[in-house]
Design a protein around this ligand. Structure first.
Ligand code: KIV
Length: 259
């Protein structure tokens, strides 16, 4: 999937994205999804931290390289971490490193109107950029929590300004997170690039989910908007328990499993 093909999916069919943080899962997702996001959510749902803020670009690159190894032809997008795109030069340096070291097809960054000049600079220098508006997890310490956005007219109009500003700056698609359904639907109808929702209802151009939520692997917290399609944690626990019993009873390994 190229950025151009991805963009052209708008108004044709819904776009399907998942996060992945390693090659095992990216190889399982690659044939089915349109793009894989190496989200900085990995700092919480894979690395066990309380928020996304202390992951480094080098760590994101390490995970993206692993994801790329399993991703076949599926586009991989690296999420620029907190503090790596505060100005044009720094953003380009980070994106260039992501391109050259991880070989990803695009980067994602959080922010709307206030980040438009940075987005434009990246796009003008041939970096494919995915935007991210609405609830921005990299603002969590500043705001003191995660809050749903787009509840009133003022917030709805600001989101539209954000989406239009980064569309004009050159992003090929935008993720909209934690926004009330009607507002997200309104934004999707008023831009010409795909709007991919997470926790933003089903009247957008596609969906992205954090795979550790949708497979039931992350047990600390399951967001209201996520759907558990499996409960892999239980499968893992039962398997490890069975393995333990087999070892304790000398049932593992058996003769076929021995030399
Ligand atoms: O980091 C991430 O996984 C994300 C998604 C929530 C879109 O940005």
């Amino acid at each position: 999937m190229t950025v151009k093909n991805f963009k052209n999916l708008k108004n044709k069919r819904k776009i399907v994205m998942l996060t992945a943080y390693d090659s095992i899962f990216s190889s399982l997702f690659a044939d089915t999804v349109d793009a894989i996001l190496v989200g900085d959510s990995l700092n919480m749902s894979f690395n066990g931290n309380d928020d996304t803020l202390n992951i480094t670009l080098d760590e994101m690159i390490y995970h993206s390289k692993a994801v790329k190894r399993g991703s076949k032809d599926t586009m991989v997008i690296l999420d620029l971490p907190f503090g790596t795109y505060t100005n044009k030069k720094e953003a380009f340096k980070s994106a260039k490193k992501a391109y050259q070291k991880a070989g990803v097809g695009a980067i994602k960054l959080e922010g709307g109107e206030e980040k438009a000049d940075i987005v434009k600079y990246l796009c003008d220098n041939n970096i494919a950029v995915m935007g991210h508006i609405g609830l921005l997890p990299q603002k969590v310490r500043n705001l003191g929590g995660y809050f749903i956005v787009g509840k009133d007219e003022e917030s709805k109009q600001q989101l539209l300004k954000d989406a239009k500003a980064i569309e004009l700056a050159g992003v090929f698609a935008i993720i909209i997170e934690g926004v009330v359904k009607e507002t997200a639907s309104f934004i999707a109808k008023n831009i010409n690039i795909p709007l991919i929702g997470i926790g933003s209802g089903n009247e957008v151009d596609g969906q992205v989910l954090v795979y550790t939520d949708m497979l039931g692997l992350y047990e600390k917290f399951t967001p209201k908007f996520s759907r558990k399609y499996a409960n892999i944690s239980n499968v893992v626990r039962e398997s490890v328990q069975k393995y333990k019993e087999d070892v304790l009873n000398s049932n593992f390994p058996n003769d076929k499993e021995s030399f």
